[in-house]
Design a protein around this ligand. Structure first.
Ligand code: GNR
Ligand code: NI
Length: 170
């Protein structure tokens, strides 16, 4: 397994729409394992393939609490089937927007359809942090970032800050 470098705002790669994973083979399973290792190293609770520069519809998540047993989840081609009317608000962060956090309101519960590591179609109903994280990751597959859900003023401030930092690094 390999820890991969993370793509950081304002890299336009983050705005790409990812394509479906065609088949669950050794390559796609290795990609999932590399993503899990990269996520645990960061550390983060979720990662979309595009965050390591791979435009494929693949998400990994682990929302287990520290000190508890790890619970790695892998979702190929996840799709939201239903969302609750009820909303919940979490302070979100993103490994592609380091050290910036903001409250985002999203549906409190969702049902997702996805393909698992064995290539089997599955459905999962999620609430709490898992529901929020799944929506954050599925947004990445569509080129959407959590800052797209905050005020334009805040979003433009964050983008400006990260654009300046990127220019200073070149
Ligand atoms: O590590 C992460 N924490 C987090 C906290 C609240 C809501 C969503 C997340 S996902 C984020 C990792 C990440 O950037 N995934 O794309
Ligand atoms: Ni993110």
């Amino acid at each position: 397994m390999t820890i991969k470098p993370l793509i950081i705002l304002p890299d336009p790669v983050l705005r790409q729409v990812s394509s479906p994973v065609e088949r669950i083979d050794a390559d796609s399973l290795r990609l999932a394992d590399d993503m899990l290792e990269t996520m645990y190293d960061a550390p983060g609770i979720g990662l979309a393939a595009i965050q390591i520069g791979v435009p494929r519809r693949l998400v990994v998540i682990d929302v287990s609490k520290e000190g508890e047993e790890k619970k790695p989840l892998v979702f190929f081609n996840p799709e939201i089937l239903t969302a609750t009317e009820a909303r919940s608000t979490y302070e979100e962060g993103c490994l592609s927007i380091p050290d910036y956090y903001a409250e985002v309101e999203r549906p409190a519960g969702i049902t997702v359809r996805y393909v698992d590591r064995d290539g089997k179609q599955q459905e999962m109903t999620a609430d709490g942090l898992l529901a929020t994280c799944l929506q954050h990751e599925i947004d990445h597959l569509n080129g959407t970032l959590f800052i797209d859900h905050i005020s334009r003023l805040k979003r433009e401030m964050v983008i400006r800050k990260f654009t300046k930092a990127a220019k200073a690094r070149i």
